[in-house]
Ligand binder design. Structure first.
Ligand code: ADP
Ligand code: MG
Length: 250
């Protein structure tokens, strides 16, 4: 763990951080499909604390991916505001959006999105090469190996991602999402393509990283059995919040 992560962990655990990691205020998202409109998100307001392990749960089509895409600045709301670490995303310029996607938010996709011709090490290291000032090679190697070990794949370091099982690929995707030390990791149905045991292992691994690195995790799922480990659960139904509860808060 480096200094930045230690500081963050101290701040998170002492409750000093009171700016939420994410705040949505009366967000609507309407997609135009030919002449009809699909309202994917209708009037959602929510707040996720820094350091939380939060789950957005709901059936298919309830708006989970749309909300994660809005938080990750992959999409923009039709109305309402999205704030990430205290900054309203609509006020960010292109350079700031790029920085947010690179340094503040890490994404884990349902279908892993690894680069098949690269090996495990190269896939995890990849985001570190994208910034304007990539860290030196020795530093990249050290942190990449730390992450590969953290997700339990040291023995697979030189294997290409297409030689790995689904669970192993999702572990690589988690390590890759953490490479730039983001404050927030968004995971869109990270267990949907895995069997239930492997899925539970993946959620547990994310929880461990959440506790050790104080990284905020927000994962979506349609599987009610895996939300129990979350300390904040937001349930969606037809684009609206059906329930929003934090562990320990009545
Ligand atoms: P979930 O991730 O919970 O399955 P989504 O956020 O993907 O839900 O979708 C919510 C609703 O918005 C669905 O009815 C879906 O068909 C619609 N939708 C999502 N993305 C688009 C899009 N790009 N264009 C049109 N409709 C969309
Ligand atoms: Mg989805």
């Amino acid at each position: 763990m480096d200094e930045r992560q230690k500081e963050r962990q101290t701040a998170v655990h002492s409750g000093v951080e009171d700016i939420p990691a994410v705040r949505l205020t009366d967000v609507h998202k309407v997609y135009a499909l030919g002449r009809t409109e699909v309202v994917a998100v209708r009037g959602v307001s929510l707040s996720i604390k820094e350091g939380d392990f939060a789950s957005i749960a709901g059936p298919s089509g309830s708006g989970k991916s749309t909300i994660l895409n809005l938080i990750g600045c992959i999409d923009v709301p039709t109305s309402g505001t999205v704030e990430v670490t205290g900054r309203e995303t609509s006020s960010l310029n292109d350079r700031e959006i790029t920085r947010l996607r690179h340094k503040i938010v890490g994404f884990i996709f349902q279908s892993f999105n690894l680069i098949p011709v690269l090996n495990v090490f190269e896939n995890v290291e990849f985001p570190l090469l994208l910034g304007s000032k990539p860290p030196p090679k020795s530093e990249r190697r050290e942190y990449t190996d730390f992450l590969i070990e953290a997700v339990g794949l040291s023995d697979w370091r030189s294997h290409r991602s297409n030689e790995l099982s689904g669970g192993q690929r999702q572990r690589v995707a988690i390590a890759r999402a953490l490479a730039t030390k983001p404050r927030i990791v968004l995971a869109d149905e990270p267990t949907a393509n895995l069997d239930s045991k492997t899925g539970a292992d993946i959620i547990e691994l994310m929880k461990k990283i959440n506790e050790e690195l104080a990284t905020t995790f927000i994962f979506s799922t349609h599987d009610p059995s895996i939300v129990s480990i979350a300390d904040h659960v937001i349930r969606l139904h037809d684009g609206e919040i059906a329930d929003d509860s934090r562990a320990g808060v009545v």
